[in-house]
Design a protein around this ligand. Sequence first.
Ligand code: PAF
Length: 282
Amino acid sequence: MQIVTDPAAMQQLALTWRARGERIVLVPTMGYFHAGHLSLMEYGRTQGDHLVVSIFVNPTQFGPQEDLDRYPRDLDRDCELAAQQGVDLIFAPAAGQMYPPGYQTFVEVTEVTQGLCGVSRPTHFRGVATVVLKLFNLVQPQVAVFGEKDYQQLITIQRLVADLNVPVAVVGRPLVREADGLALSSRNVYLSPAERQAALKLSQALFRARDLAAQGERSRERLFAAITPLLQSEPRLRLDYLNLLDNQTLAELPTIQHTARLAIAAYVGQIRLIDNILLEVP
Ligand code: PAF
């Protein structure tokens, strides 16, 4: 497995592969891999000739009060895990190489980024859209694989490639949970045992809503009334948002027609966690 840190070298290599007619798959990540990342790589491996995984903790998607400096990192372990998944190349640039002095260009997806995480993280998706477009230009993938854990991010990237005619197929893959339901996240390492227990309320609430929808419940009001007490019963948990959305446009839904996305964000202690689930009414 090759490790490339220089953006220009990455792009040169990618252009060589493309000139030979070879297919490049990119899994963009911020590293500190868990089983969710590995499942994206496993899928990506089946989609092309060159599987590239980028590892870059992107400063422009963190707010000034957020955890950029504390974000967990372990490049050696990540490289070992990636090699086991059959990854061909790790692209791990330094921040100064991605944003050299004089850098001043940003990409904004204006609507789907407004609600949900966009409320408490107003500059987050601008940073995500910018770095993802840069990664697409550097790695030249035909296919890019993202997790549905960051559902608003996935929809934002799909909007970006559609609006700017970027020739990349953006694929979303299901989020991966621990056996007890907790959605895998690199930030879970910050949770104390008691906080981790409290965090289970998020997935429990989503599962309850999924079951109610499967039994025919369509009303946002009744679904929220059913799950809010569960969330409020946990004193360590402070809800940021709970919302019922169109699965593609992220427009808020008063009722479910066939499918919807139920999305949640909450603070457990100092740690902000997100989760989401597909609701299907038969
Ligand atoms: O989901 C992530 O890890 C990041 O937001 C991404 C897509 C790699 C952009 O920095």
